[in-house]
Design a protein around this ligand. Structure first.
Ligand SMILES: NC(=O)c1ccc[n+]([C@@H]2O[C@H](COP(=O)([O-])OP(=O)(O)OC[C@H]3O[C@@H](n4cnc5c(N)ncnc54)[C@H](O)[C@@H]3O)[C@@H](O)[C@H]2O)c1
Ligand SMILES: O=C(O)C(=O)C[C@]1(C(=O)O)C=C[C@@H](O)C=C1
Length: 312
């Protein structure tokens, strides 16, 4: 049997993303040992019950000891504090990575704590669901999805190549870009759409007199898709908006301008303007499907580790 890519991988945080990575490591034999760390005993017990790793730790500093690959799979707001905690225990030559949905702020939080001789290769798999926790993971999550690497200047190319190989083995297509570019693009394709979903569901819920039970009763319509997105993890998304503030506000300003244009078209009965936009957006949807990036039913027919099917 060939040598695994890494001798010991430490996963700090074992929610949807951490558990999906753990399942991939196991399925593809990517590590000799998987050490899992999380703060809460209950979550750690669940991870052990699901057999996601080889050793289980309440202290991240214990999990990273002797690890050659460490991945932070926690909400972006705590990446800095965890890095400070694990830094003195990292092995020389170890590669440290993360999976955070925001890159600039995560790099700014983590990099200052990392000792010399440790390589930092930040990553973001563009794959997820509205589910969270260790039972939510499933092995196909990253298959045919993008994983973006944003290595700071000066990172050892061999470390970048190793992280790329890791994500490819998880089924992802890997692309490298700057953290700034990542944060701007993700603001419009992921962060603002989530804000819109949170907002529309919140507005409907506030209009209790009109909607009351109707929100639930008639949500087989387009609204149902928004409720799925708006069910996403509150801690994760609070941190995303607080840490990608500038890019989100910039995209939101542009979005608001375009919304005002639509409002005007409706007010003045400008059917052509509406028809033209809807025709353009329909074509975009077709391109998305053809590119195999359909997220409307991300996990249709697949069973996550804990049984519940996401995306329904
Ligand atoms: N959910 C998605 O769609 C998605 C997709 C791509 C990337 N991400 C990113 O991945 C990261 C994890 O997201 P997730 O969806 O797996 O979240 P999750 O809520 O399912 O899991 C987060 C895990 O972090 C751990 N954790 C939380 N606070 C901790 C602390 N103080 N110390 C140690 N461990 C702690 C827990 O094990 C928890 O289970 C986030 O940074 C998120 O931005 C999420
Ligand atoms: O499909 C979903 O439920 C997701 O929200 C996944 C999604 C996205 O916006 O596409 C969410 C956050 C991530 O950082 C990456 C992927």
């Amino acid at each position: 049997m060939s040598e695994p890519l890494f001798r010991r991988v430490a996963l700090i945080g074992i929610g949807l993303i951490g558990s999906s990575i753990a399942l991939n490591i196991k399925a593809s034999g990517l590590a000799g040992h998987v050490a899992i760390a999380t703060r809460r005993r209950e979550t750690l017990d669940k991870a052990e019950e699901l057999g996601l790793g080889d050793s289980y730790h309440l202290e991240a500093s214990e999990a990273v000891r002797d690890a050659d690959f460490v991945i932070l799979c926690v909400p972006v707001g705590i990446c800095g504090a965890i890095t400070r905690e694990i830094a003195p225990h990292l092995k020389q030559g170890a590669i440290v990575s993360d999976v955070g949905s925001v890159k600039g702020a995560v790099i700014a939080q983590m990099a200052p704590h990392l000792p010399e001789g440790v390589q930092f290769v930040p990553a973001h798999p563009l794959a997820g669901t509205e589910q969270s926790g260790p039972e939510a993971g499933f092995v196909e999550l990253f298959h045919n999805r993008w994983c973006i690497l944003t290595p700071p200047e000066g990172t050892d190319p061999a470390a970048i190549a190793k992280v790329e190989t890791f994500w490819q083995a998880c089924g992802a297509n890997v692309e490298t870009m700057t953290a700034e570019h990542h944060d701007l693009v993700l603001a419009i394709v992921s962060h603002v759409p989530h804000l819109i979903a949170y907002n529309i569901v919140g507005t409907a819920a506030d209009l209790e007199e009109v909607t009351q039970s109707e929100v639930v009763k008639f949500s087989a319509s387009g609204f149902r898709d928004f409720t799925r997105i708006a069910a996403s993890d509150p801690t994760m998304w609070r941190d995303v908006f607080l840490t990608n503030r500038d890019a989100v506000l910039e995209m939101l300003a542009r979005f608001s301008e375009d919304l005002a244009t639509l409002q005007r078209a409706i007010r003045w009965g400008d059917g052509d303007a509406l028809f033209d936009l809807f025709t353009r957006t329909r074509a975009i949807r077709r391109n998305v499907i053809e590119a195999g990036q359909d997220t409307a039913k991300p996990n249709f027919g697949r069973e996550p580790a804990g049984g519940a099917k996401p995306g329904q």
